[in-house]
Design a protein around this ligand. Structure first.
Ligand SMILES: Cc1cc2nc3c(=O)[nH]c(=O)nc-3n(C[C@H](O)[C@H](O)[C@H](O)COP(=O)(O)OP(=O)(O)OC[C@H]3O[C@@H](n4cnc5c(N)ncnc54)[C@H](O)[C@@H]3O)c2cc1C
Length: 360
């Protein structure tokens, strides 16, 4: 194994940001990933025929209000200014999310003004109707529970906008890299002090770090894989919710007129349809291509070997996590991070922030 000062296991956005920081601090870094490509769950593939950028693990929109994060990613790629909107399809009609004046006025056939929204939603009949249409079925599919088990008090925690702002995120800085997400990862790793090995896994074998059959020298290891996997699941599996994606090429230039539509009824088996060409409105040849690519998203139970997507927060998983964290604290030189290592949902900007503020 060549001379290295640190190993980063996991070439997702957390790992690549850590690797870049280490390299810029003068360290020689080896980045390994068990997959054959870099980018983790932000990985995309460009459709050869249409040029459409397909987000392989579900739609990813970069959005942040953290200036340091925005400045950092903009060193490597420029963003196209795409502003994310999400529509909801319920009983054959289409509504603008989030919950605000556009949705309420269409759903109830009223003409509320901003000053009337709060009072209107205090009425139990209105809040229950909104909950049943837009939240109950969707949440039950997302978490694999019967609609009756979904707690109606959720609606009290859903922010209601008293305006026509249909921007899905509140963050001022938003967009998709003009040159595609993969270019962000290629450029993060493009540094003379970074070497990359793909299709190879970091393992902890009787207290010794190994990559393939090779024992690692005693250098810090920054690990963003699943914590339970690192310890051979010795205390049991941390539970996850998974997703299954079905991609379809369609012979129409535009299928749904927008990037994401949520299907909120419990009876429709998928939660969302993504149509990727809409993420690049600046790219005329993509927008005008005669075909389009859509992806249906089906939430599903997770079993060992499946792709982990959403951690399941419950008493049992918290207790397991505490045991694994204690085990990790006992391994010298090990730093754990990222969504898998942290067993937490992080947006990309939070992953970058965590990597930028990590003491090296
Ligand atoms: C459905 C979905 C949609 C999302 N949409 C958005 C969005 O629109 N905007 C947003 O900001 N965020 C979004 N996110 C969150 C985003 O995906 C995460 O913030 C991001 O992927 C976290 O990066 P990471 O590096 O922590 O993990 P990952 O991207 O999962 O990378 C971890 C890497 O570690 C590798 N690895 C695992 N074990 C090992 C091992 N032992 N040795 C070597 N390599 C290993 C894996 O192969 C993987 O490449 C979404 C998440 C989901 C689930």
């Amino acid at each position: 194994m060549q001379c290295i000062d640190a190993v980063v296991a996991g070439a997702g956005i957390w790992g690549c940001t850590v690797a870049r920081r280490l390299a810029e601090a003068g360290k020689r870094v080896l980045v390994v990933d068990r997959r054959p490509v870099v980018g983790g769950n932000v990985r995309c593939e460009t459709d050869a025929e249409t040029g459409i950028e397909i987000h392989l693990y579900g739609s990813h929109i970069f959005h942040t209000h953290i200036p340091e994060v925005w400045d950092f990613v903009n060193r490597f790629v420029k963003f196209n200014g795409y502003q994310h909107k999400v529509l909801a399809r319920y009983r054959g009609k289409t509504y603008f999310l989030p919950l605000g004046l556009a949705l309420l006025n269409k759903f109830f056939g009223v003409e509320l003004t901003p000053g009337e929204v709060a009072e209107f939603m205090k009425d139990e009949a209105h809040s229950s109707a909104v909950f049943d249409a837009f939240f109950r079925g969707y949440t039950s599919k997302q978490w694999g529970r019967a609609p009756e088990e979904i707690d109606p008090s959720i609606i009290k925690r859903v922010p209601v906008r008293s305006n026509y702002d249909t921007n899905y995120f509140n963050d001022y800085n938003q967009g998709i890299p003009l040159t595609g997400y993969n270019s962000l990862f290629d450029r993060l790793l493009d540094h003379p002090s970074i070497s990359v090995k793909l299709s190879c896994e970091l393992r902890l074998d009787a207290g010794v770090f190994k990559i393939g059959g090779d024992v690692l020298p005693a250098v810090p290891v920054y690990y963003s894989g699943p914590l339970d996997a690192l310890f051979g699941y010795r205390f049991g599996h941390l539970p996850w919710r998974s997703l299954r994606f079905e991609t379809e090429w369609m012979d129409v230039p535009d299928y749904q007129g927008t990037s994401v539509v949520n299907y909120t009824e419990a009876e429709v088996p998928y939660t969302r349809i993504h149509e990727f060409k809409h993420y690049h409105p600046e790219n005329r040849s993509v927008m005008e291509a005669r075909r389009t690519v859509v992806m249906r998203e089906y939430p599903c139970d997770w079993k060992p070997g499946d792709e982990p997507y959403y951690p399941i927060d419950c008493e049992e998983s918290r207790a397991l996590l505490a045991r694994y964290r204690e085990a990790a604290a006992g391994v010298s030189g090990l730093v754990v991070g990222g969504r898998l290592g942290g067993y937490r949902y992080f947006d990309m900007d939070r992953s970058v922030e965590a990597a930028l503020t990590l003491p090296l």
